[in-house]
Ligand binder design. Sequence first.
Ligand SMILES: Cc1cc2nc3c(=O)[nH]c(=O)nc-3n(C[C@H](O)[C@H](O)[C@H](O)COP(=O)(O)OP(=O)(O)OC[C@H]3O[C@@H](n4cnc5c(N)ncnc54)[C@H](O)[C@@H]3O)c2cc1C
Length: 387
Amino acid sequence: MQQFDLIIVGGGLAGASLAVALRDTPLRIALVEHQPPQRPAGWDARVYAISPANAAFLERIGAWRHLDALRMAPIRGMQVFGDAGGRLGFSAYDTGVAELGWIVESSLMACEFWESAKRQGNLTLFCPARPESLAFSPDAATLGLADGSVLSGRLLVGADGRDSWVRQAAGLVAVNTSYGEKGVVANLETERPHRQIAMQWFRDDGVLAWLPLPGNRISIVWSTPDEHAEELCALPGDAFCDRVADAGARMLGQLRMLTAPVAFPLRLMRVPQTVAPRLALIGDAAHGIHPLSGHGINLGFQDASELAALLAAAPSWRDIGGERFLRRYQRARREETALMQTTTDSLRRLFRDSPPGLSALRNAGLSATDKLPFMKNALVRYALGAL
Ligand SMILES: Cc1cc2nc3c(=O)[nH]c(=O)nc-3n(C[C@H](O)[C@H](O)[C@H](O)COP(=O)(O)OP(=O)(O)OC[C@H]3O[C@@H](n4cnc5c(N)ncnc54)[C@H](O)[C@@H]3O)c2cc1C
């Protein structure tokens, strides 16, 4: 049996960032992952809008400065369009910040964390590895791997994504609500420059986001009903690009395909208890959110940041797997997670449901908010993680 203080199952962005954040602590860490991350040949189809608060977290753990700046795009502004003429705009300049966030490829961050974890003195990597059994005693969590290894830790963290094996093995409940939608993602080349402005349309057929990539390139996320998503993905490349260009009022001219569309099923997932004795969940294992607000991994990074801060500050006599200690983590993350989930879910429903009069009202609401600088500032500062 191999002894650790902390076992992290799942070395995706949430799990690996937690491991790296604990580099300078005396904790002995095991990181258990199915497969190492890989960089695709061209642009990664998965790109994320990273908030300034999380860029700061990645800077603190020493990862941000190593990311290739030529592959990242700052967001200098954002335009939101309603389905009946409503419009709301934000700009970094008006908010008094240099940028509203950054668009970064998922695998760029994942590979940076992975390389850093490999060099980390207090960390043992188990990869490729497949957990098979999980048991808890009053003092330890014991994880059995398919190759016969047995790991024991004072605390086990489940960072193994939305279908978390850890969550299920530990019997923690997840309440799932399917949106009946998929997120269609693709990277496209644009005829006209995007000037680092992100754009989002609330449409009858879902929510379409255009996120700026370096150069004349954008990444799109079209959250749309299952059937429409499948139809979009089956279109020939040129026809798909035309559809996306038309849906965005041809604001950036003609579009050309860089990476073919891929669809991800979307669901809201609430996990009422994210901790139990010897166990904590972080990232998508702990929550699922509609991608329209681009907050999935941003919540995951904040989970990692909060848990890492608590673990790093714990004196050596503190039982880091004790329920009382872990409840501090759960309390610290519960409010933001619930607020983001509820706000995003309400926004999605507001623009999907169509009782008479609601369309005019919600579009008027967007335009009215646009004329209230104080309100806009508060909204954007909250989204940036500045409050
Ligand atoms: C269409 C779409 C667009 C999105 N856009 C954004 C955005 O703009 N901004 C944003 O913040 N978020 C966005 N998200 C959300 C984001 O993708 C997720 O929140 C994020 O990937 C979750 O990271 P994670 O590390 O928690 O989980 P994952 O990325 O799922 O990582 C889990 C890791 O655990 C490993 N694993 C799984 N099971 C096991 C096991 N049993 N044993 C060992 N290892 C295991 C996996 O191999 C993987 O490496 C989007 C999501 C979708 C679907």
